[in-house]
Design a protein around this ligand. Structure first.
Ligand code: TK8
Length: 357
């Protein structure tokens, strides 16, 4: 393909996405990287349906669109991806099952929803394991992490790549929280906190003295609105893009867990694809994940400021306060580390340490 063609294609792609972003009520986010690489051979057409949980103005949606754009351009429109946001097609757990039965092609769950398939992934649910984003990215790009993705083989799920959901923060509608005692509520009842359907997260909030309630993401807004639960925990970017601030007055910067997303494809869809298409799908998944991590970092910082501007009272924890949370969840480590694998956790901690050197 001549240089002119390539730049025209790249330009076309970039313009469409910049247009979409401008209308997403979000800050100046980085433009998607130029789509490079030639056209792949004609191995027939595929229209992939992809279900995700978050909204159109989320980095998850924007990077999924970019993933689709790469495939469309590199196959001259033979592979297209339709992204369905806002849990329209189901929640993380349901959509994974739909991939297994072949009634859906793709989804992008939090790793926490997949530990029933590959228990080692629960390592990411251990509290305060990853001190910063550099460490998290280094771990997600490590051989240990690739081993976890490979371990899905034979489950009906093809795990393509990790990307960022982000650092989880507590929000609630009842009271400011600066300590585990505020969660437990010494003279009032403990906060009822929605968690993902994941045993480690249940254990974390149990250890902090809350009443943890596992629930699908799609049910969360109305559960908070109706007072079924007092609070929840998610990255600032998700709290904002899902308008949780409309039903949550208080936020606490706990950063208690860094949750990855995992881009998933149905093994049936994968097996129907020619090897050259499979290679391209993996490449596009990794490129879009890299962009997603960058977007997520930009959006998360901006979201925190926006939430304050929109009236949320956010409590930042000093080191002493943070240590109180870390001490309170130590039993979770003791319970889960042997089950997940002490060697794997030690390897992850080593990668995390080395990443900040
Ligand atoms: C969206 C979920 C969400 C997760 C949760 O499908 O359930 O709270 O953090 O991002 O994956």
């Amino acid at each position: 393909m001549t240089a002119i063609w390539r730049s025209t294609l790249a330009l076309l792609g970039a313009t469409t996405l910049t247009f979409a972003m401008a209308h997403a009520q979000s800050p100046e986010l980085s433009d998607p990287p130029e789509i490079n690489g030639g056209l792949v051979g004609d191995h027939g057409s595929h229209t992939l349906r992809m279900g995700i949980g978050l909204a159109e103005n989320s980095p998850q949606f924007i990077s999924s669109q970019y993933f689709g754009e790469i495939l469309k351009q590199r196959t001259d429109g033979r592979i297209t991806v339709n992204v369905f946001p806002n849990s329209q097609l189901g929640d993380d757990v349901q959509m994974l099952e739909m991939l297994q039965t072949g009634t859906l092609d793709m989804t992008y769950p939090s790793s926490s929803a997949t530990t029933g398939y590959v228990e080692e992934l629960a390592a990411f649910d251990l509290p305060f394991l990853l001190p910063n984003r550099e460490a998290a990215v280094a771990v997600m790009q490590s051989d240990a992490a690739q081993g976890m993705l490979d371990a899905f083989e034979g489950t009906g799920l093809k795990a393509l790549t990790f990307s960022e959901n982000g650092y989880r923060q507590l929000s609630n509608s009842a009271r400011p929280v600066a300590s585990p005692d505020d969660v437990a509520g010494l003279d009032v009842r403990g906060l009822s906190v929605r968690t993902m359907e994941n045993p480690v997260h249940l254990a974390i909030w149990d250890a902090l003295g809350a009443n943890p309630t596992p629930m699908a993401f799609g049910e969360l807004f109305s559960a908070m609105e109706q007072g079924v639960v007092d609070g929840q925990e998610n990255p600032w970017s998700t709290i904002l893009s899902s308008n949780f601030n409309e039903v949550q007055n208080y936020g606490t910067e706990t950063r208690h867990v860094y949750t990855p997303f995992i881009m998933m494809l149905s093994e049936r869809t994968w097996d129907r694809m020619a090897p050259e298409y499979q290679e391209l799908v993996l490449e596009a998944a990794r490129q879009s994940a890299k962009y997603q991590i960058q977007l997520s970092a930009e959006y998360d910082d901006w979201s925190r400021d926006q939430l304050v501007e929109r009236g949320m009272e956010i409590t930042s924890l000093n080191n002493k306060q943070l240590a109180a949370f870390q001490d309170a969840v130590q039993p979770v480590y003791e319970e889960w580390a042997p089950r997940i694998g002490e060697d794997l956790i030690a390897e992850i901690q080593k990668i995390a340490e080395e990443s900040s050197n």
